[in-house]
Unconditional design. Structure first.
Lengths: 264, 381
């Protein structure tokens, strides 16, 4: 009964966010348009920079694009926490808490609409990447396999994004103040991408970065996408990403729900 | 389910010994509150008195440290979900999604509260019409005025026809017309039998609309009763003194009030003057044979609160910013027995203190004065 209620009410909350996006489409610029611009800028600047040093510009582009996809997911994640924090400050949270609904539904419902945002973002980026020369799978493979790989790439980006969204939610609720949270949450999202394999192979990073970069969830997700795109074995990045997703859902996820629920 | 209230009078809210602290700040220090079903009960108190904390405990948003609170005999701590099925909350901040239309908001709240889609839509349309937001129902809430937001917020609280409606300062910050609109809607609800608990800063609202008033100060209920009982408790009469300018064209009402209080041997809190004004009000003559020290709050003692026993209050749009801007309510009625000895005492004191007077009058106290007399003055008061 409670489970059914949780699913129904989460779906209602997801519908709420999607409806708000339809009424205010400008809110889609940040998660959907800006990533495309960043993709083009990064590929144009760093792709050519690499080309002037090494012969294999195409190889670097192939390496860079998954990193940019994951960087953009990381930059989108703070919006989850910030939107819940805004609700909390507006009186809407009290309204929800005074209704006979499972309180976790508010968070799960938001993650529902985030799933759609991350998926659309990944599909758009992948489409643009293909136009920029990104290749998925060996040319000899049947088309179905290529589609399966593309679906896997989107799934990896979505899973990564949701995990970081959960983390951002917990941090935002912990910080409590929307303005502070806005300033605090974006910085780690930017830094996280640099201390990872997003833009350069871990072996090329400064010595102190390498231990962090190896276990960074950005590395896991970017390497997984690379493996799916090139046809390499995805086992290790897949395992690492799975650990992050499960770990973040279990610990910060649980803490976030508790924090949201707790009657002060 | 048996009622925990007294003999046959069902209580919508029954709170006993409620204590709540936030760190070292004691918000509620043992509050008892009984709200009989079908009444409108007002919680008055200065900022920080604990009104909102009490409201949040009743609506399951906050847990009490000690004490028991039940809503329709259901314990709020033990069965919060059951309580939530029976309450509507209109908080201090509108609980609306700014990015959705008014109708979207109502339907969403209705569905989250368990209404099927069709019913939620019908009810949303009905409430939007009743609260005067039907024309704006398909506009995004971000574009609403403050008054429309409040009305939509009230509509959202009413989606499930809750038998208990809790309103935390529902009219704060609204213009006079919007307040009137909201009060019309609340009056309709009361007529339909909805129990209401509200906090308000506007004392004349409580005076006009509430059946029972509880005055909260420093986390305890300092007085309870009907507005008429509270006025009687404080004492029947107020002497209004309008000072004349002295030879240099100056008026120092504050100094005069101090001298007057001293001369009359009254606590300074009962002789009010706003700095810069020319008026002093003396809340005096605490009736010796008046009601007991504490007016009982039980429903059995409740005086029926028809309009007949209400003292007409000022215009609805008046912000009670202190006595200075109050228009004297005319000569005192017969309630205080028409005894003018207070007036004579004040007149004698004025003469003894050589205070020049332009005008002098006797009237009944307003709820503002009751409030000021019952609550501890803050710094600078």
């Amino acid at each position: 009964m409670t489970g059914g209620l949780l699913v129904r009410d989460s779906a209602l909350i997801t519908g709420r966010y999607l409806r708000a996006l339809r009424l205010t489409p400008g809110r889609l610029i940040y998660p959907l348009v800006q990533p495309l611009v960043l993709l083009v800028l990064f590929v144009s600047v760093f792709g050519n920079l690499a080309a002037s040093r090494h012969a294999a510009a195409g190889a670097y582009r192939q390496f860079l694009i998954p990193g940019i996809m994951i960087q953009n997911a990381a930059l989108t994640a703070p919006t989850t926490g910030l939107s819940l924090l805004r609700d909390a400050g507006s009186g809407l949270a009290d309204r929800f808490r005074s209704l006979p609904m499972p309180r976790a539904a508010v968070l799960l419902g938001r993650l529902g609409s985030d799933t759609i945002i991350y998926a659309v973002q990944a599909v758009l980026l992948l489409g643009a990447a293909l136009l920029l020369g990104f290749r998925i799978g060996p040319a000899s493979e049947p088309q179905v396999a290529g589609l399966a790989r593309a679906a896997g790439i989107v799934a990896a980006a979505v899973a990564f994004g949701l995990a970081i969204s959960v983390l951002s939610t917990w941090l935002a609720l912990l910080i409590g103040d929307a303005e502070t949270a806005e300033r605090v949450l974006y910085f780690p999202a930017i830094a996280l991408a640099f201390v990872s394999s997003a833009f350069a192979p871990v072996g090329d990073l400064a010595g102190w970065m390498r231990p962090i970069a190896r276990v960074n969830p950005v590395t896991a997700a970017a390497d997984l996408i690379r493996a799916l795109a090139t046809g390499a074995a995805p086992a290790w990045p897949l395992l690492l990403l799975a650990c992050w997703v499960v770990g973040l859902a279990a610990v910060p996820g649980d803490l976030a729900v508790r924090r949201w629920q707790s009657p002060s | 389910m048996p009622d925990s209230g007294s003999a046959g009078a069902p209580l919508a809210i029954d709170a006993t010994g409620v204590v709540k602290s936030f760190g070292r700040v004691i918000a509620l220090a043992g509050v008892d509150l009984a709200v009989p079903a079908g009444t409108m009960t007002a919680l008055l108190g200065p900022n920080g008195a604990g009104k909102t904390t009490l409201v949040r405990i009743v609506t399951t948003l906050t847990r009490a440290d000690r004490g028991r609170v039940s809503v329709f005999s259901i314990d709020v701590a033990a069965a919060p979900a059951e309580v939530r099925r029976r309450i509507g909350l209109t908080g201090q901040f509108a609980g609306l999604d700014e990015g959705l239309t008014g109708r979207d908001n109502l339907v969403l709240i209705g569905r989250l509260a368990g209404l099927p889609r069709g019913q939620a839509r019908d009810r949303a349309a009905e409430l939007a019409a009743r609260l005067g937001v039907a024309d704006a129902a398909d506009r995004v809430v971000r574009t609403y005025s403050g008054g429309m937001r409040r009305r939509l917020d009230l509509a959202a609280s009413l989606m499930t026809r809750p038998p208990l409606l809790v309103l935390d300062e529902p009219t704060t910050g609204l213009d006079p017309a919007s307040r009137q609109h909201l009060w019309d809607a609340l009056a309709e609800l009361r007529a339909a039998g909805t129990t209401m608990l509200l906090t308000t800063q506007y004392l004349e609202e409580a005076d006009r609309f509430a059946d029972l008033v509880h005055v909260l100060d420093h986390g305890v209920v300092v007085a309870s009763g009907t507005p008429a009982q509270l006025k009687a408790k404080v004492g029947g009469q107020v002497v209004e003194v309008w000072l004349a300018e002295d030879g240099a064209g100056r008026v120092d009402a504050v100094a005069a009030a101090r001298a007057l209080a001293h001369r009359l041997a009254l606590p300074p809190g009962e002789v009010h003057a706003e700095p810069g004004s020319a008026r002093i009000s003396v809340l005096a003559d605490r009736a010796p044979a008046g009601p007991a020290d504490r007016v009982p709050a039980g429903p059995a003692d409740r005086v029926p609160a028809g309009p007949a026993d209400r003292v007409p209050a000022g215009p609805a749009d008046r912000v009670p910013a202190g006595p200075a801007d109050r228009v004297p309510a005319g000569p005192a009625g017969g309630a205080a027995g028409g005894d003018i000895s207070v007036l004579l005492d004040v007149a004698a004191a004025l003469r003894a203190e050589h205070i020049a007077v332009a005008d002098l009058g006797l009237r009944q106290p307003s709820l503002d004065e009751v409030f000021l007399a019952l609550t501890e003055p803050g710094p600078g008061a």
